[in-house]
Design a protein around this ligand. Structure first.
Ligand SMILES: Cc1ncc(COP(=O)(O)O)c(C=O)c1O
Length: 479
């Protein structure tokens, strides 16, 4: 029989049976206790360690259940004979945390690594953040939301509450989304075309999964929302950047062959332009002729300050070639992570299956509450209120910029969305911003081609009027 140098720490908070288990497990995995070795009986080990026999029995039972020990009837207990050769196990246990073994990644993962953008170091030091796209969560009607969540928490036990939806989303929510986008965005759809997702980003990912094979061409706006561009690149798409003109993507410069084209027609990110009707019709005709799918990302179209929002591109189409993508996170609160897509009928099944394989479906509680939030009118009331509030903030920001910076700034103000685009006359303004703790978002990261110099996206939706004024004041030179 082996000598068992097990040291127990009687003052530790770890129970003695757990300590015995741990020592055996380590000894066996490291190869110190070889396969097939007989181990002391529970009675002997209890005596050696001066502990109750039941303590040892508990440890042995666990080790046996996990396959470290085996007992041969009548002849004792042994280190399991089925354990792999010692050298391999030693490597596993002795792995140096500083130098983990190399894992061979897929091509997808390698492309992800290249596309992923690191957080910028200025972020932590900024005290006024004009770069963050966030709604003003303090204005969110929390009481109504809490009431609806509670209503559905209470209903959890009722039959059919958690009815399986095979990935397309909560039935009631799909109906409400279809009604909302028909009403507010002139999208042509049936509830069966709506797929509920975890934010717009998942909608884009699902489109990429079902439309792109490595090497396929994806036409994108240049400049383009990096979250979309990097995602398509990670899926192996060959990106074909198409310039954005004053009235939207240059349709005449779209590539002959593409699998999809990604556009933000209501409010192009980051130029802020809205796509003209002529361009919309030309784009749809181009896509239909070639069987290309248009992905319409309608990210912040709810907010048009001088009138009704411009209807969605999808509503002009025969609905066969446009995937319309929207989100609730930017209107309600970012942590909600609920968005949706409206797919042409032929794409609903593949997208839903892709969703099912990725992560099944979204959490039901929030979906059920959101269905009521829409049905009872809270959502659209909130949008109307925020439109007034954000409109004021946008005015405060733009007039402060003009007042304080004069001819050091030119502003493209297009009356839509949650940001304005500004161009400074030199890099001096941004340098002052950095020194004064004001965080700005350069448009450079949106461009594949050369970006215009000193151009920034300023986001005002999550920042109060006083802070906006203060932020702009800090951009001014000390006179
Ligand atoms: C144009 C655009 N599309 C999609 C997204 C992603 O939206 P979500 O947070 O719903 O995934 C963003 C986020 O900033 C965006 O700006």
């Amino acid at each position: 029989m082996m000598q068992v140098p097990i040291l127990l720490d009687r003052r530790a908070r770890v129970p003695l049976h757990r300590q015995i288990y741990d020592r055996w497990r380590e000894g066996i995995l490291s190869g110190r206790f070889a396969a097939g070795t007989r181990v002391p009986s529970t009675r002997d080990l209890a005596a050696m360690l001066s502990v109750a026999r039941a303590t040892v029995t508990t440890a042995y039972d666990q080790l046996t259940a996990e396959g470290y020990l085996e007992s041969a009837h009548g002849s004792g207990t042994f280190v399991s004979r089925a354990l792999p050769d010692q050298p391999a196990t030693r490597i596993r246990v002795a792995a140096d945390p500083e130098h983990p073994p190399r894992v061979r990644l897929s091509r997808f993962a390698a492309r992800l690594e290249a596309a992923y953008s690191r957080p910028d170091p200025d972020h932590a030091t900024a005290t006024i953040d004009l770069s963050k796209h966030s709604p003003d969560v303090d204005q969110f009607p929390l009481r109504a939301w809490r009431r609806l969540i509670l209503r559905h928490v209470k209903a959890i036990a009722s039959p059919g509450w958690d009815a399986a939806d095979r990935g397309a989303g909560h039935e009631g929510l799909r109906r409400e989304i279809a009604a909302y986008v028909r009403r507010a965005r002139a999208v042509r759809c049936e509830p069966s075309q709506v797929v509920v997702v975890n934010g717009s980003q998942q909608a884009l990912d699902l489109c990429a999964r079902v439309l792109i094979d490595a090497g396929d061409v994806a036409a994108i706006e240049d400049p383009c929302y990096p979250g979309a561009r990097q995602l398509f690149a990670a899926h192996g798409a060959r990106l074909h950047p198409v310039p954005v003109e004053r009235d939207g993507i240059a349709v005449s410069r779209l590539p002959e062959r593409a699998r999809l084209v990604f556009v933000t027609p209501s409010h192009q990110l980051p130029t802020g332009v809205s796509m003209s009707l002529a361009k919309r019709l030309a784009l749809l005709a181009w896509a239909r002729e070639r069987g290309v799918v248009v992905i319409e990302d309608d990210y912040d179209s709810e907010y048009r300050y001088g009138g009704e929002p411009v209807p969605a591109l999808q509503g002009l189409s025969d609905a066969a070639s446009v995937v319309y993508v929207g989100t609730f996170s930017n209107v309600m609160f970012p942590g909600l992570r609920i968005g949706y897509l409206v797919a042409p009928p032929a794409l609903v099944e593949p997208i839903t299956s892709a969703r099912w394989h990725a992560d099944r479906r979204s959490a039901v509680l929030e979906q059920a509450a959101l269905a009521d939030f829409l049905r009872e009118g809270h959502f659209e009331r909130h949008v109307r209120r925020m439109r007034r509030l954000y409109g004021r903030r946008r005015d405060v920001l733009t007039s402060a910029l003009t007042e304080v910076l004069g001819d050091e700034v030119s502003i493209s103000c297009d009356g839509v969305g949650m940001f304005v685009v500004v161009r400074f006359s030199s890099e001096r303004v941004a340098a002052r911003a950095r020194r004064q703790g004001v965080r700005l978002n350069s448009t450079a990261r949106y461009y594949l081609g050369e970006a215009p110099p000193h151009e920034y996206v300023l986001r005002f939706s999550g920042v109060g009027e006083r802070t906006l004024r203060e932020g702009v004041r800090r951009l001014a030179a000390v006179r």
